[in-house]
Ligand binder design. Structure first.
Ligand SMILES: Nc1ncnc2c1ncn2[C@@H]1O[C@H](COP(=O)(O)OP(=O)(O)OP(=O)(O)O)[C@@H](O)[C@H]1O
Ligand SMILES: [Mg+2]
Length: 314
């Protein structure tokens, strides 16, 4: 499912699957910048993310347990008086309530939230799933077995996985899109390559972009070191920036910043957001969420050393 901007581009998307066409309600369309999660595929008839003409996205939450749980998570952050929980709101997309839409004569409950790719001309998006343990503590043996082998190489080396990403290569103008099949086959070094290419580093590393990503990841890390409210399983950090800004800077012969996070208009468009709270559980023992925290630390390490890690094997 593609953006109309791609009509004249070299599109590389080997994982693309047949999509189901529903009749969508007025003002609602499939969301073209979705890179991972449940999609409108024929093979597995799930419902994907949608976009409303008012600019927000709709995440369908049909599951009887995970749906209400994710809605409650967002609602808790809206109503809480706890300052630490309130703080979390700055690292997640803005919650805009819930709605029901009709698809094939069925009501589907959806969470409405800010689209973190909104107004991007050439949206580059990457979903990084945090944690080696992607199953809930009470998962069945069978589920644990399935989850353990998913994205095994990347999780083993880096503690996170990359279920999907898309980016515009500013050097040759192509558009690259990779889904979970690619992610599952990915070696540890290919994960580094993916992160490197995702930020268009082959066209010259944008230190300001990396610094801005690191600044935002470190803030999330700092929040996590303090929080004892929740345990996050199978949750992601979503990265989104507009390659149009990189193109403009390259055309102007500039590099993107000089190692410090510079807060200009372009930088404000690099979004780093926590998403997917369907498997967030109350932290009954009030322990540090080691699974999330360790993975996030490794992700920070990778961005801190991206050029060196890339050079090691290329
Ligand atoms: N606020 C947002 N703005 C832009 N894109 C988003 C946003 N939230 C989600 N997405 C896109 O949708 C994809 C799927 O989202 P998410 O991970 O929440 O759903 P899921 O994995 O299908 O959900 P679940 O595990 O709860 O069934 C993400 O990888 C991302 O591409
Ligand atoms: Mg997800």
């Amino acid at each position: 499912m593609f953006d109309k901007n791609l009509a004249n581009m070299n599109v590389i998307d080997e994982d693309s699957m047949d999509s189901i066409s529903y009749i969508f309600p007025d003002n609602v369309t499939p969301f073209v910048n979705q890179v991972a999660g449940h999609e409108f595929t024929k093979a597995k008839p799930t419902i994907g993310m949608m976009k409303h003409s008012d600019g927000y996205v709709l995440k369908p939450v049909p599951h009887p347990v995970y749906g209400p749980r994710e809605i409650n998570f967002y609602k808790t952050l809206e109503t809480t008086c706890d300052p630490l929980l309130k703080d979390l709101k700055q690292y997640i997309p803005q919650y805009l309530g819930t709605t029901s839409i009709e698809l094939d004569n069925k009501d589907v409950r959806c969470i409405c939230m800010e689209d973190i790719t909104k107004d991007f001309k050439l949206p580059c998006v990457m979903d990084v799933k945090i944690g080696v343990q992607t199953w809930e503590p009470n998962a069945t043996e069978e589920k644990i077995k399935v989850e353990r082998v998913k994205y095994a190489a990347c999780k083993k080396r880096w503690g996170f996985s990359i279920p999907g990403f898309q980016y515009y290569n500013v050097r040759d103008g192509s558009f690259i899109r990779r889904g979970k099949d690619f992610g599952k086959r990915m070696s540890a070094q290919e994960a580094i390559q993916a992160l490197y290419s995702f930020i268009n580093a082959e066209a010259g590393i944008k230190y300001g972009l990396v610094a801005s990503i690191l600044e935002q990841l470190r803030k999330i890390h700092s929040w996590f070191r303090h929080q004892r409210h929740f345990l996050f399983f199978s949750s992601s950090i979503l990265f989104a920036y507009d390659a149009e800004n990189v193109k403009i800077l390259i055309n102007e012969g500039e590099s993107w910043g000089n190692g410090e996070a510079v807060h200009n208009e372009q930088d404000s468009k690099i979004n780093v957001c926590m998403i997917d709270f369907a498997h967030v559980l109350p932290n009954l023992e009030h322990k540090v969420d080691v699974n999330y925290l360790t993975s996030l630390e490794k992700l920070i390490h990778v961005f801190e050393n991206l050029s060196d890690l890339y050079a090691l094997n290329s």
